[in-house]
Ligand binder design. Sequence first.
Ligand SMILES: [Ca+2]
Ligand SMILES: [Ca+2]
Ligand SMILES: [Ca+2]
Ligand SMILES: [Ca+2]
Length: 286
Amino acid sequence: MSMLGVGLKRWVAGGVLCLMMALGSSVLGVAVTLTDENASVVIDPESDAGMSDWVVDGVDHLEKQWFYFRVGDGPEQPLNALPLVDMVVSDGGFGDPNPERVVMRYADQRIMVTIGYVLTGSNPGEGFSHINEDISIDNLTREPLDVSFFQYSDFDLAGTARDDWARVDSPDLFNTARQNDGVVAFSEAPVTPVPDHFEVSLFDGTLAKLTDGDADDLSDVAGPIGPGNLAWAFQWSRELAPLGESRSSLLISKLKRIETAIPEPGVLGLMLVGVAGAVGRRRRVA
Ligand SMILES: [Ca+2]
Ligand SMILES: [Ca+2]
Ligand SMILES: [Ca+2]
Ligand SMILES: [Ca+2]
């Protein structure tokens, strides 16, 4: 991408976050539920629980998705270790009055992190939902600042943890995460900029790295791993330029999608015949 293209993308991402903050109502510090059509998700901004309970057509697919960061050599900390300075929820309309957007801003004297989510659902029974995510990390000091930012995800697709497979893949860029259990497929892509490190692991290998007392980089294990209770994470590591200079910010964007396999009518018919046959056989045995 050209410098102009990068600059334009940053301006658009920053503008979207600012616009969303300008249009909504402030609800500092309380857990919020975003809702759109057949989907909802819970975000608890001042708890390690972070984002959870992504429910699509009544089925919860998400145990936890949250952010961790490291400044300098220090151990990783959850995003909510920073003071939450603003939180705005807003309704984009689309025919229902429930809010489906949130922007959260955290800051101390060193860094400011702004997270924006937009939830989109589908018609009841379609089993589809996605979440757009825009993140901005800004150096607030007059010195260069070494920052590592982590996104940790523990999906339990279809509400069942131990039958899931996960991998990080792309033909040549590791900018896509996928998880699947044969019924529900999850993807997170494109992730821009491409993460510096990534990791797929059985729970709770990655979470232990992010919550112990020392500095860790992710292992670059791409998988696929499964079946099991899987989690995965992305890491971006940058030296942010001093406040006021170009490259004092890191902008990250991505799209998460959940798709439930809906059996074709013919397949559904065969399944029902199979169920009826099984019931009939059980009756005969009884
Ligand atoms: Ca709405
Ligand atoms: Ca599952
Ligand atoms: Ca650690
Ligand atoms: Ca899991």
